[in-house]
Design a protein around this ligand. Structure first.
Ligand code: CA
Ligand code: CA
Ligand code: CA
Ligand code: CA
Length: 371
């Protein structure tokens, strides 16, 4: 299986590559990191190291063990080859996406980006973990070894330079053809270095993983598929909870049920806020009370309410129960839940050009220094 469906770009001259970078900011809804388009912005990248075992196939392990370096945005920096993790000879890593799931776009464009820090990626075996809904839709037979991941193939690196840089890219529709746009979802990826390929010793033995990102996905909780999570999505989830509608698309915590714990995920993780934040500005304060009491639904059992009119426990009305839940959640006057303000992504085309230069000038520098 040839993963590099965009490899036709590989031999384009430099000025064409630069033109591709320069047009980047014109594309609606995408954020470019090192010239690679990601629809989910900063949310696009792996958030969690589920496991890392550089000795999975017996080793040897790489010199430096710091798998957290793989998390977060693609930030391949010229002459700074430290923010990555070598997997080890036959080493295995599992990375989770907590707020933005890999999905299919219904076309032959690629959706998953697995970035090598510098130079051609070494061969790896890749598996994708489906959500509960997708597993029930596709069936268990894709999970060949019963580890909850669908084994999708071996991807051998090619030495090429294009808008995706040095990376392995996957088209989900190529793996699972014939499904409508945004109907399949995966929340983790497993990458196992192929011990039969590449060098079997050295400080950076195994694939040198820089970043893993979802080029095209869906925010967790975006039920109406408009590429954002809003009160409209909260309303859909609340209705599903009230109806005990166990359609798995609403099962945000993948336990096979649709109930209040899925709303917890929605409020705390997807929306990064607290119960009581009626206006969804990221904090729970007196302004939210102004909003909900102005709506006039309080203690009116015949007035159906939703999140922004005071129904926070998903029973469809605004009552003292909602107030109790909101205060128990502990967010009142606690400020924004979202911890840190992240810096703006690198979208300056000039930087992208600078980022290209070492690849052009010193394309094989890693081989000289690492192996
Ligand atoms: Ca939405
Ligand atoms: Ca659930
Ligand atoms: Ca608020
Ligand atoms: Ca309520």
């Amino acid at each position: 299986m040839n993963s590099l469906s965009c490899s036709g770009l590989s031999r384009r001259p430099l000025h064409v590559l630069l033109a591709l970078f320069l047009q980047s900011s014109a594309v609606l809804g995408q954020t470019y990191f090192n010239g690679v388009p990601f629809f989910g912005g900063d949310a696009s990248f792996a958030d969690e190291i589920i496991s890392f075992d550089p000795l999975f196939s017996g080793g040897p392990a790489p010199f430096r063990i710091s798998p957290e370096d793989v998390l977060g945005r693609l930030d391949r920096t010229p002459f700074l080859f430290t923010a990555y993790q070598a997997l080890g000879h036959g080493g295995a890593i599992e990375l989770g996406f907590n707020d933005y799931y890999l999905t299919n776009d219904g076309t032959d464009a690629v959706e998953l980006y697995i970035g090598e820090v510098q130079g051609s990626p070494e061969a790896v075996y890749i598996s994708l973990r489906p959500t509960a809904a997708t597993r029930s839709q596709l069936g268990d037979e894709f999970d060949l070894n019963g580890d909850t991941y669908f084994e999708v193939g071996r991807y051998a690196g090619e030495s090429y330079l294009d808008v995706y840089g040095y990376a392995i890219v996957l088209d989900v529709d190529d793996l699972f053809p014939g499904y409508a746009n945004q109907s399949l979802f995966f929340d983790a990826v497993q990458i196992i270095d192929d011990p039969q390929q590449g060098s079997s010793a050295g400080d950076t033995v195994g694939m040198d993983l820089e970043s893993v990102g979802v080029i095209y996905g869906q925010f967790r909780g975006d039920f109406n598929k408009d590429q954002k999570v809003t009160v409209a999505d909260v309303t859909l989830l609340a209705a599903a909870i009230r109806r005990a509608n166990h359609r798995l698309q609403y099962d945000l915590d993948n336990d096979g049920l649709v109930n209040g714990s899925d709303m917890d995920v929605m409020i705390h993780s997807s929306l990064q806020t607290y119960y009581g934040d009626a206006n969804l500005d990221g904090e729970f304060n007196s302004q939210d009370f102004v909003v909900v009491f102005a709506a006039g639904k309080y203690e009116n059992p015949t007035a159906s309410a939703r999140w922004d009119t005071g129904d926070w426990n998903s029973d469809g009305v605004f009552s003292t129960t909602d107030l109790v839940l909101a205060f128990q959640d502990g967010g009142y006057e606690a400020g924004p839940r979202r911890a840190a303000i992240v810096p703006e992504p690198i979208t300056n085309p000039l930087f992208a050009i600078l980022a290209l230069l070492p690849l052009v000038l010193f394309g094989n520098v890693r081989r000289k220094v690492g192996r």
